[in-house]
Design a protein around this ligand. Structure first.
Ligand code: ADP
Length: 199
């Protein structure tokens, strides 16, 4: 079974993914794949350079993400252009990896962690879409603790994403992660039992 896992920034996607992995699931991490497609020397990186110029590279030829981010930040047309280059190969590699895991073990569980699953309209790729939920106040507290951000910065980062309450409504399965890790782990156990995936 292949499930999509999403949530808000700091809501606990990575924590919950690893609880699934600790119980035998295979993980496809969309953020890691997004970095992989623009690795040093990749054809996709060459396309990005052709579109945005050499100045988005570090002197050693690796992508300068901050520079690229600054360039497209607050410029919707450039952002769209960048997404048109990056999204198809990212989606393709996610599909390839998840299908490989599923064929290797059809009775097992494949968890695909995609922070922007709803924003990118990828629901139909999955049998279940799981949202890792915490109320926004908890998101803010955990981001301050994890990143050392001020409350203001945390709120601004959260505001760039679809509100977590909206994601919750779109989920077919919600994991409540505002309580203890043990309570979260219990929900993960219950879901694996309900889905009948082996460990
Ligand atoms: P995401 O991957 O969604 O950005 P993380 O899994 O990194 O979120 O979780 C955000 C922060 O909150 C991390 O520092 C993590 O250790 C912490 N955290 C996650 N779940 C819990 C929980 N149930 N109780 C306390 N802290 C948690």
């Amino acid at each position: 079974m292949i499930i999509g896992l999403t949530g808000g920034i700091g809501s606990g996607k990575s924590t919950v993914s690893h609880l699934f992995v600790a119980r035998g699931a295979k993980l496809v991490d969309a953020d890691a794949i997004a970095r992989e497609v623009v690795e040093f020397g990749s054809p996709i990186l060459a396309e990005v350079v052709a579109a945005f110029g050499e100045e988005i590279l570090h002197p050693d030829g690796r992508l300068n993400r901050e520079q690229l981010g600054n360039l497209v930040f607050q410029n919707p047309a450039l952002k769209k252009q960048l997404e048109n280059i990056l999204h198809p190969p990212i989606r393709q590699l996610i599909r390839t990896r998840m299908n490989e895991f599923e064929s290797a073990d059809p009775e097992g569980l494949v968890v695909v962690d995609i922070p922007l699953l709803f924003e990118s309209k990828l629901e139909s790729m999955f049998e279940h879409v799981v949202v890792v939920y915490v109320p926004e106040e908890v998101q803010i507290t955990r981001l301050i603790a994890r990143e050392g951000w001020s409350e203001d910065v945390a709120k601004r980062r959260i505001a760039t994403q679809m509100p977590i309450e909206d994601k919750r409504l779109r989920a077919d399965t919600v994991i409540e992660n505002q309580f203890s890790l043990e309570q979260t782990a219990n929900q993960v156990d219950a879901l694996m039992t309900k889905w009948g995936v082996h460990r």
